[in-house]
Design a protein around this ligand. Structure first.
Ligand SMILES: *Cc1c(COP(=O)(O)O)cnc(C)c1O
Length: 427
């Protein structure tokens, strides 16, 4: 990164480090996993990002998922501008919140009630508190390599940035909290069944990314989610789908809709705010009757349902439900990237695995299929680092870690795919 093309980003990073921990407000942005210093951005439009040095990139992060329509979608931008003239925040009810909730329920028909929060982390931590309050049980089962935000209970073998830093278990999480989180392996139904039977009557919830996206992209095996569903029904356990990444991305009704398995509770984030800080958790009325103010399980938020955020979310969701053909288009674009990337990697004769479902895709530099946390961590990260920097310096912005999923937006078209594949070929 001594390259003069990144001069301004470099000096901004040095300046940032003087007043922001590690120079960033979320760890994975720091490029620790790939080396070099992070790019500072100024502007984004459609499929493209523009950095502080005047370089242009095709964006395969899309804010880690939210910008599914591409950046600066006119319908969303205009609505947010108009709302800014009305009010930023009341801390009191608005009709907008009803519209968002109704829009979500229209897209996810099995969902009875939905509470808005400000991030995916908040959604997940609130959902497990509700599940515990509802069942009167303490333990929660999570899967190694799945990421559910940074609340204490989830930082046990967590994916995403926690994994990138090589510290899936964070210091600062007490032993008391850690002992209530039980760990299972993704796609290993028998392991979960055993864990539940060893903790009979004590498991409040099983929380799972229905398609894992924080250790690369790992689709569930055919029997995995259905098996969890039956197990939870049998044992009175609340099944929580963490759809912060997959919600409104894999279909209008998320992974649950696409795969045909209905959880008891679901958490959302990312796409639901269209780039504004929004999260939500929703599910069965019977469970939500235990949530304040109807019931005793406390959960609150000064800025929850914030009007500006709601407008951005509402118009993003509305666009998606008015244009369902978009899902086919982004899936096809991603399928094309998949097959072209496969040809390029085969030409190069390097070991690789590509995992994909819908518009989520990841590339691992390893020999064997990536199906869980263990197989996700055997990839050649040195190769990924070189690959990442090759793509970056040629104007293709991939997630700066081998454990992150790439997100395809509707703004990525033929031209961008060709440029991307051409860049891979010259690696
Ligand atoms: C991003 C993510 C979260 C955390 O959401 P934040 O908005 O970053 O707090 C939780 N679960 C999954 C599956 C995610 O991908």
């Amino acid at each position: 990164m001594s390259d003069i093309r990144y001069n301004r980003s470099k000096s901004l990073f040095e300046r940032a480090c003087k007043s922001i921990p590690g120079g960033v407000n979320s760890p994975v942005r720091a490029f620790n996993a790939v080396g070099g210093s992070p790019i500072f951005f100024k502007k984004a439009k459609g499929a493209y990002l523009y950095d502080e040095d005047g370089n242009t990139y095709i964006d395969y992060i899309n804010s880690w998922g939210p910008m599914i329509l591409g950046h600066g979608k006119e319908e969303v931008v205009e609505a947010v501008k108009a709302q800014a003239d009305h009010a930023f925040s009341f801390g009191a009810p608005t009709e907008l919140e009803i519209e968002v909730a109704e829009q979500i329920r229209q897209m996810v028909p099995w969902l009875d009630l939905v509470r808005m929060v400000n991030s995916g982390t908040e959604a997940c931590m609130s959902a497990i508190r509700l599940a515990r309050g509802y069942t009167g049980r303490d333990k929660v089962i999570k899967f190694a390599g799945c990421y559910h935000g940074h609340a204490d209970s989830f930082l046990i073998q967590a994916g995403s940035g926690a994994l990138t830093l090589g510290e899936p278990n964070s210091p600062g999480v007490t032993a008391g909290t850690a002992q209530d989180t039980l760990l299972a392996q993704f796609n290993d139904l028998a392991g979960v069944v055993e864990l539940v039977s060893n903790n009979a009557g004590n498991v409040a919830a099983i929380i799972v990314e229905p398609v894992a996206g924080n250790m690369g992209c790992i689709p569930p095996s055919d029997e995995f989610l259905g098996g969890l569903r039956s197990l939870c029904d049998r044992e009175g356990i609340v099944l929580i789908f963490d759809e912060v990444m997959t919600g409104f991305r894999l279909s209008t009704a998320g992974a649950a809709g696409r795969l045909g398995i209905v959880p008891d509770l679901v958490t959302y984030g990312k796409v639901i705010g269209g780039g504004m800080p929004v999260g939500a958790f929703g599910g069965k009325r019977e469970i939500f009757e235990h949530l304040a103010p109807t019931g005793p399980v406390y959960q609150a938020g000064t800025l929850s349902g914030n009007p500006l955020a709601m407008v951005s979310g509402y118009h993003t969701l509305k666009y998606l439900s008015d244009h369902p053909e978009l899902y086919e288009r982004i899936d096809n674009t991603t399928a094309q990237i998949h097959s072209d990337m496969e040809s390029v990697m085969n030409e190069k004769g390097m070991p690789f695995q590509i995992n994909r479902i819908g518009s989520m895709i990841s590339l691992h530099f390893c020999e064997n299929p990536v199906t869980d946390f263990t197989s996700a961590t055997v990839g050649n990260n040195e190769t990924f680092k070189k690959f990442f920097h090759h793509m970056l310096s040629n104007g293709v912005y991939l997630p700066p870690s081998a454990y992150e999923t790439w997100f395809i937006s509707d703004a990525i078209g033929q031209e961008e795919v060709e440029k991307t594949v051409e860049t891979m070929r010259s690696f």
